[in-house]
Design a protein around this ligand. Structure first.
Ligand SMILES: *Cc1c(COP(=O)(O)O)cnc(C)c1O
Ligand code: SF4
Length: 446
């Protein structure tokens, strides 16, 4: 077997950690000290939103003396206010009545449907086709990038409470995925405008290397020369760094990545870190080192979340640490309009202040990060700032990505609103009735 890195310090010997899912909250020893009431609240919410956590996360990444305010605790453990009070009351009452699991599931399905499971027109507007047939498990929103959701990668080693893909993990009816490598390859071969494939999930790194290879290795053929970049979105560096060290096929995985790099592809690992605490273990540093040793670049992105990472010093520390470990800060996102948004949302002007307070603390090498950015229907909209123009307080905005590439990088202005948390809360400044892109976007929606 190809050995990319051959140092194997003893603390990285193969380890298997237990995974707990939503009916097993009681079994987590670390939760024994939590008040009964709070544990019940967590169970109620875990019936609605996805819950899964492994021992690595709660043994190594959570500071239990800071619970419930510990950021990693907030990242994975459900909290009462994550669902709306009436939804909470209905689920709590049903559970207290001794309902069976089918009844609980049925109510959960209803409540989920009320939580905007597919934001930003994902299910209607971004579906690519071959010969007029829609392709499951793919999205093609921006000209140069195709998103692919391999069916075996539609879960994660643990689940984030704020996940905007949460609907993928609960109930079949909301899922979107594909195991059709052939359809993916056929589509990419026909679409020469596409330069980037973004493999996403869930977390594609939960997949065995053998599966991942079926999707990725054929891309080294000459018919895919236009595919310059393969991006892989993953939170495994937080949730399961052993994937690159002691999983049975870890070396095979690193060899696959190296092969893609050697074939001339730019492979970009899109890592997801919300808080510096996620990067504090030796095992995560070793995983980062091994991935980089294959020639893969690691870029980092994360949403800004109330209760979790609103301190600008945490962002600055995180970006600095990323640069120190050889990674590239890439995006700060605004929490999307789905799932537990009510709990995590931060007003747009605060997002900008936090971004700025963090950005001004770091060197230029960490200022590759962009944001705060909203992945909204028409595109990725960055809040560039708040300012006053001829006496009117406004948001300055720009598209980083857009459904029409021509919209990109044109400044536009919205009336300042201290309560706005998302693009659809904003109205044009200076008495305009529409944003410059609005008519065209409405026409695209048909
Ligand atoms: C963010 C995103 C991309 C990638 O955009 P970049 O600016 O190239 O990183 C592609 N497709 C969708 C749907 C996205 O949300
Ligand atoms: S790892 Fe990513 S896809 Fe998985 S739960 Fe977290 S945010 Fe969602």
């Amino acid at each position: 077997m190809h050995q990319v890195v051959n140092i194997q310090p003893p603390e990285f010997l193969p380890r298997k950690f237990k995974v707990y899912q939503h009916r097993q909250l009681d079994k987590i020893e670390a939760l024994q000290h939590i008040p009964e009431k709070m544990l019940f609240e967590m169970k109620v919410v875990a019936n609605v939103l996805p819950f899964r956590v492994n021992e690595y996360v709660f043994n190594e990444l959570i500071d239990w003396d800071k619970v419930p305010n510990d950021p990693v605790f907030q990242l994975v453990f459900p909290q009462r206010d994550m669902i709306d009070p009436s939804a909470y009351d209905r689920m709590a009452a049903l559970m207290r009545s001794g309902a069976n699991s089918q009844e609980i599931f049925n109510l959960a399905e209803q409540l989920r449907a009320e939580m905007n499971p597919h934001p930003a027109g994902q299910t209607e507007m971004n579906v690519p086709t071959i010969d007029g047939e829609p392709l499951d498990g793919m999205q093609h929103k921006y000209r140069e990038t195709v998103l692919f959701f391999p069916s075996q990668g539609q879960y994660c080693h643990s689940y984030c409470t704020f996940c905007f893909r949460w609907a993928q993990f609960v109930g079949k009816s909301l899922r979107m995925n594909s195991n059709d490598a052939e359809a993916l390859h056929e589509y990419l071969a026909e679409h020469h405008e596409v330069t980037d494939l973004l493999v996403t999930g869930g977390d594609p790194m939960v997949m065995r290397t053998k599966k991942l290879r079926q999707y990725l290795e054929p891309l080294t053929e000459s018919r895919f020369d236009h595919i310059q970049t393969i991006r892989i979105g993953s939170k495994s560096l937080t949730f399961w760094p052993y994937r690159y060290i002691s999983d049975p096929d870890a070396d095979e995985l690193l060899a696959l990545l190296e092969k893609l790099v050697k074939a001339g592809k730019h492979v970009s690992f899109m890592a997801h870190f919300n808080h510096p605490q996620e990067m504090r273990t030796d095992v995560s540093h070793e995983a980062i080192r091994r991935i980089r040793a294959t020639g893969v670049q690691i870029r980092c992105q994360a949403p800004l979340l109330n209760h979790l990472n609103t301190n600008p010093d945490d962002w600055a520390a995180m970006w600095k640490e990323q640069v120190r470990l050889g990674m590239v800060p890439y995006y700060m996102f605004v929490e999307r309009d789905t799932g537990a948004k009510r709990y995590f949302e931060v007003p747009l002007y605060r997002c900008w202040e936090i971004f700025r307070d963090a950005y001004k603390q770091v060197s230029g090498l960490a200022r590759t990060v962009r944001g705060p950015s909203m992945s909204a229907g028409p595109g990725k909209v960055e809040v560039q700032g708040v300012t006053e123009i001829h006496g009117e307080k406004v948001f300055v905005l720009r598209f980083i990505q857009a459904r029409n590439p021509d919209w990109v990088q044109r400044p536009f202005f919205a009336k300042f609103d201290e309560n706005a948390t998302w693009l659809n809360d904003l109205v044009p400044a200076f008495g305009d009735t529409k944003f410059f892109w609005q008519d065209e976007y409405e026409a695209m929606q048909g």
